[in-house]
Design a protein around this ligand. Structure first.
Ligand code: FPP
Length: 332
């Protein structure tokens, strides 16, 4: 910002905060560098009307297919589910290698697991589910594997979009989607347009996504707007940064699941997971069944979320992360 301080027009910080915020807020509906992101403030989950009965038991929403699922559903408290679940789907390649299959067979099996997780989350009425499907770093894989992943994504959309739409799910994409192959981009745009008015779960797919790249894009978008508006004084705060991320308008994840046992966040939602509970399982992604998901949710509900405070009943997992994070005065 130093280079801007010579400009003649000065806006005092205090009085100008709201004006600056209005100027610097990304022009809805799309933050820069993420042309496919269409989430807006209005995309928040539709509040329940008073007459709608809140199911008291998870098994009312989800019919268990075996004893293990039934036991886990029994333990699940519907009132304390995460508002936003984010998943690093890892282990497709190893799953295939263990079966002496080509890696791409692991990706195919991974799509099946993704379908089951999406369906389960939608049935449980989770408001937001974010899946890490393709990172910026994934371009380093052999070209044949990258091509296969792109084809698989298009195939998935073609086959699943009707049921995504029928189930009132809204599809959103985060990442540098402008750099994806044109055919993929067109299919994604179609999927987002088709589901744009859906009011159920938001399914956010991270594609060509990198957490650092997202921050770089947010800072550059802010700088561009500061320059374009000739602002001589600018002070960013957490809200300003959040509003310029691909995820603007979405709550931060409450729970981050990573499969295949790796203890890394792999450049995923670096800003947004500041207060997320992290659950790492040895299960490889293609084996991440409904039971494994329920297990992770039950585990999450045992956590005490402190947000830098001292805990107590206010910090129980399942209460809204946003209000707690705002209250936090120290490190979590
Ligand atoms: C990690 O396995 C997974 C990916 C690279 C992402 C691909 C994900 C899918 C195909 C799931 C489908 C998702 C959607 C939204 C349709 P890996 O290859 O890194 O496994 P490894 O670490 O064992 O090699």
């Amino acid at each position: 910002m130093a280079a801007l301080s010579n400009r003649p027009k000065y806006i005092g910080y205090k009085g100008a905060t709201s004006l600056l915020r209005r100027i610097l807020a990304p022009r809805r509906p799309q933050p820069r560098h993420s042309s496919l992101v269409t989430c807006q403030r209005s995309c928040y989950f539709r509040p329940r009307t008073r007459r709608e009965r809140l199911p008291v038991k998870a098994s009312e929403l989800l019919k268990p297919t075996n004893r293990e699922e039934a036991d886990l559903l029994e333990k699940l408290d519907l009132k304390r589910l995460p508002e936003h679940l984010a998943v690093i789907m890892d282990g497709n390649g190893r799953w295939a290698e263990r079966r002496h299959l080509p890696r791409v067979a692991g990706h195919r099996a991974g799509v099946k697991a993704a379908r089951e997780v999406i369906e389960t989350c939608a049935r449980l009425k989770l408001p937001y589910l974010t899946l890490y499907a393709f990172s910026l770093e994934n371009w380093r894989r052999p070209q044949a594997e990258v091509d296969f992943l792109m084809r698989l994504l298009r195939e998935y959309l073609k086959r699943e979009l009707p049921s995504i739409h029928k189930n009132n799910i809204r599809l959103l994409i985060i990442g540098r989607s402008a750099d994806l192959p044109e055919a993929v981009r067109k299919d994604l745009e179609h999927g987002m347009r088709l589901t744009a008015r859906n009011t159920g779960m938001k399914l956010v797919v991270a594609l060509n996504y990198g957490g650092r790249a997202e921050l770089v894009d947010a800072f550059n978008a802010l700088l561009d707007r500061v320059r374009a508006n000739g602002l001589s004084a600018f002070h960013a705060d957490e809200q300003t940064i959040s509003e310029n991320l691909y995820t603007a308008g979405l709550p931060d994840p409450d729970l981050l699941i990573r499969t295949s046992g790796e203890m890394r966040v792999s450049n995923f939602l670096l800003w947004q997971i500041a207060y997320a509970e992290i659950y790492v399982t040895e299960t490889l992604w293609p084996d991440f069944s409904r039971a494994r998901l329920l297990e992770a949710l039950v585990d999450y509900q045992k956590r005490e979320r402190r947000y830098g405070g001292l805990g107590g009943s206010r910090g129980r997992a399942g209460s809204t992360a946003r209000s707690k994070a705002a209250d936090a005065s120290g490190r979590g």
